[in-house]
Design a protein around this ligand. Structure first.
Ligand code: TXA
Ligand code: MG
Length: 341
């Protein structure tokens, strides 16, 4: 199949809408990462997403809307809890996904057999225009081959999926760079299943106490069931082995490995002190720019062949929680604690 590279012009957005209406797959820009979209109400179209990505069928998809009214109009949820409405009021449109009891319109392919559905209202103007042009809500996981880092440019999408999907709309670099915060509104106390650009602190300031699922920061035991099926898969990983390094001695530790084929994933100030190839994420305190660059750096690392990448272990608070959550998975939970050596 030839994959069209479309622009965000009115003409091209209309064409993307037509492809989606006809059951096709389109890579779309959002403020978090690029999504691989299909008509969320068409089970056959949604099934094509799983084949193109090589995604396990038991991992459910997020349904994207372009207006809060779409939830009722298309019968997407069986219940829109009060606290979810309060969060929607403040954080939609934006990088927050809420899990609610699923409505009649949701095919099994979207919810992967669960009785819930994840809903997100992206803030990206072109994403909203494409949803409107399609005239239906769009199911969309991140537009990467399953297991690799999520795409934050149209070029990343092309690198992974060229020839497997109908089109990609180029809407520029994604602003946030990490996937949305996922929170389930089905449990008594809402619980974060995946941290993202909207932090737990921001959410608690609107609806009070929430929980953080164990799988956000810790490895699930083999027999534990993941609240969010995506959490159990290896993720975001470049080909090189990634190891997180915690502690003051990071620079010396990495430099002691400089006779080997290794690289460093670090902060801007570290670069001049390191004697190995360094991939800076941003300034040490600037978590927004670290989030913004992380996936692009992981993809760059893939293009040059390293055996091991030593990554600075981030602090797991604020947006840092999302960065930590992605990196610890890229590392398969391998951490070296220099203070404990
Ligand atoms: O920012 C984002 O959320 C991007 C853009 C494209 O919107 N999408 C994205 O989708 O990251 P995906 O499929 O890569 O990640 C969705 C996560 C997965 O971990 C999945 O298991 C979880 O959300 N999820 C989806 N529906 C769920 C449900 N009903 N219950 C629990 N977890 C769910
Ligand atoms: Mg993904």
């Amino acid at each position: 199949m030839k994959t069209l590279l479309l622009s965000d012009s009115e003409h091209d957005v209309k064409q993307a809408g037509e492809i989606l209406k006809n059951g096709g797959l389109v890579g779309i820009p959002t403020e978090t990462v690029y999504g691989l979209a299909a008509n969320a109400l068409d089970g056959e179209a949604v099934a094509r997403i799983f084949s193109a990505k090589g995604r396990p069928m038991d991992n459910p998809l997020i349904v994207h809307i372009a207006d809060i009214g779409d939830i009722e109009k298309f019968d997407l949820v069986a219940d829109f809890p009060q606290k979810a409405k309060m969060l929607a009021e403040i954080f939609w449109s934006g990088p927050l996904t809420m899990i609610m009891p699923k409505g009649r319109a949701i095919p099994d392919e979207v919810s992967a057999g669960l009785d819930t559905v994840a809903i997100r209202f992206p803030e990206h103007k072109t994403a909203q225009e494409i949803i409107k042009a399609a005239g239906v809500p769009l199911a969309a996981p991140s537009a990467n081959i399953s297991g690799s880092p999520s795409p934050t440019t149209a070029e990343h999408v092309m690198n992974d999926l060229n020839g497997k999907i109908n089109a990609v709309v180029d809407g520029g670099e994604c602003r946030v760079g990490l996937e949305s915060t996922v929170i389930t509104m089905v449990s008594d106390t809402p619980r974060i299943l995946r941290p993202g650009g909207i932090t737990p602190e921001q959410i608690e300031s609107v609806i009070g106490k929430i929980d953080i699922d164990d799988a956000v920061l810790n490895r699930l035991e083999k027999n534990e069931k993941a609240a969010s099926p995506g959490m159990k898969y290896k993720h975001y990983s470049p080909k090189a082995r990634v190891i997180l390094v915690r502690g003051e001695g990071y620079i010396n530790y990495v430099n002691s490995k400089s006779d080997k084929n290794v690289a460093a994933l670090c902060y801007n100030d570290d670069v001049k002190k390191l004697s190995v190839r360094a991939f800076p994420l941003g300034n040490m305190t600037d978590t927004d720019s670290q989030a913004h660059t992380l996936f692009d750096r992981l993809r760059q690392i893939d293009c040059e062949n390293y055996d091991i990448v030593y990554a600075r272990c981030p602090k797991a608070d604020g947006v840092g929680m999302a960065i930590y959550n992605r990196l610890i998975r890229a590392a398969g939970f391998e951490v070296i604690d220099l203070e404990k050596l």
